[in-house]
Design a protein around this ligand. Sequence first.
Ligand code: 5GP
Length: 431
Amino acid sequence: MNNSPGQLIVLAGPSGAGKTTLAHHLVETFSSAAFSVSTTTRSVRGSEIEGVDYFFVTREEFLQMIENGYFLEYAEVHGHLYGTSREWVSRELALGGSVILDIDVQGALQIKETFPTSILIFVLTPSPDVLSSRLLSRNTDEPDVVLLRLEMAAWEISWIGSFDYYVCNRRLEDSLIQVESIFRGESLKISNTSFPPEVRAFTPERFSGREYWYGKKVIVTSGPTREALDHVRFISNRSSGLMGCSMAIAFRDAGADVLFVTGPACFSRPSGVDTISVESADEMHKILVREVARADLLVMAAAVSDFRPSIFHDGKTERSGTFRLELEATLDILEELDRSIDCMCPVMAFSLEFGPDGEKRALGKMKRKGAAAIFYNPGDIQGAGMEASSNQGKLFFTDGSFVEVRQSSKRYIAELLTAAMGRYLMKGNEV
Ligand code: 5GP
């Protein structure tokens, strides 16, 4: 089991800037890092080896792989298709490793969209002349292809503002140190780590209660749900799934046996937990009905859709005229479980609320849903809540007590909530 989630590092920029050398340097320097071997339709160049430099396929094969959902990202670069394996990247990250991608700018932007916590590094030569002489000295492309690559470089550079870091590859030795520093710095980031042991030692009372979870079965729901309009379209919400994922990691690290029930979220699944993927509120409800009786806690961190289209249309609704969308309320999973399950486990609910009455509404929800505790987090605070890497709020318990957590990374909040919930249940306070 790995406590530190791996990093997804993307090196992009014009071809010839030296990305591949930098990528391989990271893999050689950090044992936790692995290089993602792309698939391409271009032909083998020089001493390139199948499976080491690229997987070489025909255009037909590549198009079929797109159809099959094989790629996490793909792009057409200089007339050839290039793509990254979804399964390989997800598996490496789930195992706690870091993944280094050497891809073009279009692919990098797709990755950032899918993995908002990925780190994008833009690599460039000190001048256009250096870039063209590097491309010509590689002796791998005809002069007209080199020209094409230079034209493409101008377009790629226009995206530099979307990147997290910039490395000007003037002297290789300096650039190697720079990418190494980025890797090391990122791994020290608060948002990527759990509470350091020193912090735990200074304030042990904040973490007491974690031990309660050892060997307990905890179900954590996460992410948004999707409510289908037709076979292609759906309505959903902005939940990234980071809070739920962090809760699953925190309970796992406290020794619990975690079942992670997730809607379509952006984050890779935590390693060392059983995961069930669902789409709609109904599907999530069905899984929970089957599982909650055997659980010691249900953590309802998922942002379940409150509404769904009243009518499902077969196929893909054609664009024409006006389309009237009527929504109906989805079933309230917690209320429904509380009503229908005899031996319901304690519940920790989550409540994102806006406005001055948010806290009151959250307390009302806790009561209505029969939850043992509810984490109220205000939605109108900059940088916290949905789509953000941090959060803040209050964990209220049914006995009237509460624990306040100030704005911090979702990973930290999850650890504090896990301990607080354990402390509460240890006292024999059930629902
Ligand atoms: P080359 O043909 O010189 O090996 O690569 C051409 C460009 O395609 C480079 O900028 C390289 O980084 C990029 N590339 C390589 N693999 C991938 C990939 O899997 N996805 C994307 N989007 N670009 C890639």
